[in-house]
Write a protein that binds this ligand. Structure first.
Ligand code: SAH
Ligand code: SF4
Ligand code: F3S
Length: 464
C-alpha cells in the first residue's frame, strides 16, 4: 500500500473539509475522468468540491489543447481569475489557481510566465501530486510539474469510494489507456499525453468492481486511442480491448459497457466479436474517420483508405445490425480540394451516422500538419463545415425520428425537470425523458418512445 492510500485510513485533521475547490473541465472525457480523480486527491487534503467559483479557495482549470480556440479560452479564464485573486487577497483570503491537463503539459513554464497569478501547473501524468504541489505553492514556490512521472499515478490516487461520501452516479468513466502513438499530422495528443500506455488488467478490474459496488451500472472505458489497449490475462497471455470487455462483462451488477475513442486501424476481430456476443456492450460506436478522401487520409497519416473504413463498418454492422455510428471530421486540412471535400460528403452519405462531431482544421504549431503547404482559406473552411454539419444533422434527426414507436431499455440516470420525470440513456446514447414515478435512478426499465426533440427523446413506461 502506498503512503497516499495509507493516509486515508487516518482520522481527518481538525478543520478538514473546510476548503473548497472548483474544477472547470475542458476537452474530452479523459479530462472529465481526470477531474474526478483530482477531486479525490484533493478530498484527502480537506477540499470539498463546489459548483460555485465565487466560494472556492482553489480553482483548477483542467485544460484542452486540441484546437487553438481551446487554449485561448484558458488564458482568458486565467485573466478573470487573476482579478478574483486580487479581490480575495484584499479580504485576506487564500485563493489559489491551478492549471492541469493538456495546455499545462504543452505550455508548462510559459503559463506561469504569461499569468503569474497561477500557483501550480500540473500535467496529466502528475496530478496525483496535487496536494504536495499546493503545499509548496503555499510556501511561496511556483510549481510547474509536467515531467512524465516514473511512478504510476493510478497507484498513488486514493480510492474514490473511500474519500467521496455521497453515492456516485450510475454511469462512470474508467480510463484504461492513455496517450497515443498514431501521430496523425493534425493532432497534439501524442505530444500532450505522451506515448500509449495501457493500465494493467488487475488494476482495471479492481477499479471497475469498486465503481459497481458504489452503484455504477454503466461503465464507459476511455482512452485517447482506447482500442489500442493491451495487457496480459491472469495466465500471462496477451489480450486486447475485446478480451477486456469480455472480462468486465462478468462483474455482477454491471449492466452496460461502452468504450471511446477508437481508431479504425485498431478495430480487431476480437473486438468485433465482443459486439456480436456481449449484449451488455451497447450498440454504439464512436469511430472517427476525419476525411473521406484517400489523399487527405494519407496526408493526415491515418494509414487507412476510405474504402477500408466503409468495409470495416459493414463488418461491424453484419454482426450487430442495430449499431449506431458516430464519428469525427476535420474539414479544410491543408491541401483539401473541393473534390476531397465531396469525397467526405459521399462517405458520410454511405455510412449514415447517428451522431457526429465536425471541426475546421486548426493549425497546431509543432505538428507536421502546420508545415504543410496549401492551407485552406478560412471562408472555404466555414462553407464546407456548414455543408457537412447540415448533412450530419439531417442524419442525426432521421435517426432520432426512427426511434419513435420503438420499445427500448432505458437506464435511469437522473431526475428530470418535472416532478415524477426521470432522464435516462438509451442503448444508442440518446437522452430520454420519461414519466416513471414507480422507478428509481439506476433501474433499467422498458419504455416506448413517443416523440423526438432535436437532442433528446420522450417516452412512456411500456406496459407489462
Ligand atoms: N483519439 C481520437 C481523437 C482525439 S481528438 C481519434 O483518433 O479519433 C478529438 C477530435 O478532435 C479528433 O478526432 C479530430 O476530429 C479533432 N481534432 C484533433 N486535432 C484537430 C485539429 N488540429 N484541428 C481540428 N480538429 C482537430
Ligand atoms: Fe490524435 Fe490521431 Fe492519436 Fe487520435 S489517433 S489522438 S487523432 S494522433
Ligand atoms: Fe483535449 Fe487533451 Fe483531451 S488536448 S481532447 S483534453 S487529450
Amino acid at each position: 500500500m502506498t503512503q497516499e492510500t495509507a493516509s486515508l485510513t487516518e482520522t481527518p485533521m481538525p478543520g478538514a473539509n473546510t476548503r473548497k475547490v472548483f474544477i472547470k473541465t475542458y476537452g474530452c472525457q479523459m479530462n472529465v475522468y481526470d477531474s474526478g480523480r483530482m477531486a479525490d486527491a484533493l478530498a484527502v487534503d480537506g477540499y470539498a468540491p463546489t459548483e460555485v467559483m465565487e466560494e472556492a479557495d482553489l480553482v483548477l482549470l483542467n485544460t484542452c489543447h486540441i484546437r487553438e480556440k481551446a487554449a485561448e479560452k484558458v488564458y482568458s479564464a486565467l485573466g478573470r481569475l487573476r482579478e478574483h485573486k486580487k479581490a480575495r487577497a484584499a479580504e485576506g483570503k487564500e485563493f489559489m489557481i491551478g492549471v492541469a491537463g493538456c495546455v499545462a503539459q504543452a505550455e508548462g513554464e510559459e503559463i506561469s510566465r504569461r499569468e503569474p497569478a497561477v500557483d501550480v501547473v500540473l500535467g496529466p501524468q502528475t496530478y496525483h501530486r496535487l496536494p504536495q504541489a499546493l503545499q509548496k505553492a503555499r510556501a511561496g514556490e511556483r510549481v510547474v510539474d509536467t515531467e512524465y512521472a516514473l511512478e504510476d499515478k493510478f497507484e498513488h490516487l486514493p480510492d474514490p469510494t473511500k474519500v467521496i461520501g455521497k453515492p456516485r452516479s450510475v454511469t462512470a468513466f474508467l480510463t484504461v489507456q492513455e496517450g497515443c502513438d498514431k501521430f496523425c499530422t493534425f493532432c497534439v495528443v501524442p505530444y500532450t499525453r505522451g506515448s500509449e500506455v495501457s493500465r494493467p488488467l488487475s488494476q482495471l478490474l479492481t477499479e471497475a468492481r469498486r465503481l459497481v459496488d458504489s452503484g455504477v451500472r454503466e461503465l464507459t472505458l476511455l482512452g485517447q486511442n482506447v482500442n489500442a489497449w493491451h495487457g496480459e490475462d491472469e495466465q500471462g497471455m496477451a489480450i486486447g480491448l475485446g478480451d477486456l470487455l469480455y472480462k468486465l462483462a462478468q462483474i455482477p451488477g454491471l449492466a452496460r459497457l461502452r468504450y471511446t475513442t477508437s481508431h479504425p486501424r485498431d478495430m480487431d476481430d476480437r473486438l468485433i466479436e465482443a459486439h456480436r456476443d456481449l449484449r451488455m456492450l451497447m450498440p454504439y460506436l464512436h469511430l472517427p474517420v476525419q476525411s473521406g478522401s484517400d489523399r487527405i487520409l494519407k496526408a493526415m497519416n491515418r494509414r487507412h483508405k476510405a474504402s477500408e473504413y466503409v468495409a470495416l463498418i459493414e463488418r461491424i454492422r453484419s454482426v450487430r445490425p442495430d449499431i449506431a455510428l458516430s464519428g469525427d471530421f476535420i474539414v479544410g486540412f491543408p491541401g483539401e480540394t473541393d473534390q476531397d471535400f465531396e469525397d467526405t460528403m459521399n462517405l458520410v452519405r454511405e455510412v449514415n451516422y447517428a451522431q457526429a462531431y465536425s471541426f475546421k482544421y486548426s493549425t497546431r504549431p509543432g505538428t507536421p500538419g502546420a508545415d504543410l503547404p496549401d492551407h485552406v482559406a478560412e471562408d472555404v473552411k466555414t462553407e464546407r463545415l456548414a455543408r457537412l454539419q447540415a448533412l450530419l444533422l439531417e442524419q442525426q434527426q432521421a435517426f432520432m425520428q426512427s426511434m419513435i414507436g420503438k420499445t427500448i431499455d432505458l437506464l435511469l440516470e437522473k431526475p428530470g425537470r418535472m416532478p415524477g420525470q426521470l432522464i435516462g440513456r438509451s442503448p444508442w446514447l440518446q437522452s430520454v425523458n420519461v414519466d416513471a414515478k414507480s422507478s428509481q435512478i439506476g433501474d433499467i426499465i422498458q419504455v416506448r418512445i413517443t416523440a423526438a426533440g432535436p437532442n433528446s427523446l420522450f417516452a412512456e413506461v411500456a406496459e407489462g
